[in-house]
Ligand binder design. Structure first.
Ligand SMILES: NC(=O)c1ccc[n+]([C@@H]2O[C@H](COP(=O)([O-])OP(=O)(O)OC[C@H]3O[C@@H](n4cnc5c(N)ncnc54)[C@H](O)[C@@H]3O)[C@@H](O)[C@H]2O)c1
Length: 242
């Protein structure tokens, strides 16, 4: 897989899965524009400031997202790949879930995916070329207690992916989703050792995944080898859900 001359935007790319995707694309020769609300050292940054290859904006904010993509398109002329990776959890049993826990997770995960996709789609349609990969989750397929907001946002991304795939297939644009299981990142470091042990028992391959396990599948979906794949959800979960 070679991505020379391809321009990719990856959201939530400061750490974890997003960072691994950015690195994997860069290694294959793509020019990668990374987005996050955090710097690479994990500090909060002033929203709206933009570095050379790094654009700080909150994907849940429509206007900031629109402006950032306009800037990228003005500077580079086109965007070939978009990876909607930025995501958060705010876990809580439903009866105790606050409005803001529900709204923030839907806003970042689902609306953020909508905002970025909408911002890039016009130029992809014009170019008659584009590949989009959305990061959803096994939890969007199976549900998980304490994650009604997160599961709803990720299931929403699956419906969104399929609807948009049908809208833009005739313009040579592919849009797919990947559904990781439990991956070793800051998101899962929060789990207690007892919960981790319990979860590992449900994974036939016997381990949590690595960010690179996800990044490799994303690269495949962005490559020519996946030209005939659209509207699909590829699972990367060590067999925990089949
Ligand atoms: N780690 C897992 O087990 C796992 C499993 C399934 C799916 N996922 C999904 O993979 C994606 C990456 O998760 P991760 O595990 O690397 O998490 P992470 O918390 O390590 O990284 C997420 C990144 O997104 C950024 N981000 C958060 N809100 C943002 C916003 N509003 N705008 C821009 N950037 C924002 C964060 O600053 C962070 O750098 C998420 O969508 C997550 O839901 C993760």
């Amino acid at each position: 897989m070679e991505f020379k001359d391809k321009l990719a935007v990856v959201t939530g790319a400061s750490r974890g899965i997003g960072r691994a995707i950015g690195d994997a694309l860069t290694r294959r020769g793509a020019m990668v524009i990374e987005n996050d609300i955090l710097d690479f050292n994990g500090k909060k940054c002033k929203i709206g400031a933009s570095g050379e290859d790094f654009y700080r904006f909150d994907v849940s904010r429509s206007q900031d997202t629109k402006k950032a993509f306009e800037k990228i398109l003005k500077k580079h002329g086109r965007i070939d790949f978009l990876v909607n990776n930025a995501g958060i959890t705010r876990d809580c049993l439903l009866l105790r879930m606050k409005d803001e826990d529900w709204e923030r997770v839907i806003e970042v995960n689902l609306k953020g995916t909508f905002n970025c996709t909408r911002a890039v789609l016009g130029s992809m349609i014009k170019n008659r070329y584009g590949k989009i990969v959305n990061i959803c989750s096994v939890v969007g397929l199976t549900g998980n207690p304490g994650q009604a907001n997160y599961a709803a946002s990720k299931a929403g991304i699956i419906g969104f992916t399929k609807a948009v795939a049908r809208e833009v297939a005739s313009r040579n644009i592919n849009i797919n989703a990947v559904a990781p299981g439990f991956i070793e990142t800051e998101m899962t470091y929060k789990l207690s050792p007892a919960v981790r042990q319990q979860l590992k028992k449900q994974i036939p391959l016997g381990r949590f995944g690595k960010s690179e396990d996800v990044a490799e599948v994303v690269c495949f979906l962005l490559s020519e080898a996946a030209d005939y794949i659209t509207g699909q959800v590829i699972q990367i979960n060590g067999g925990m859900y089949m």
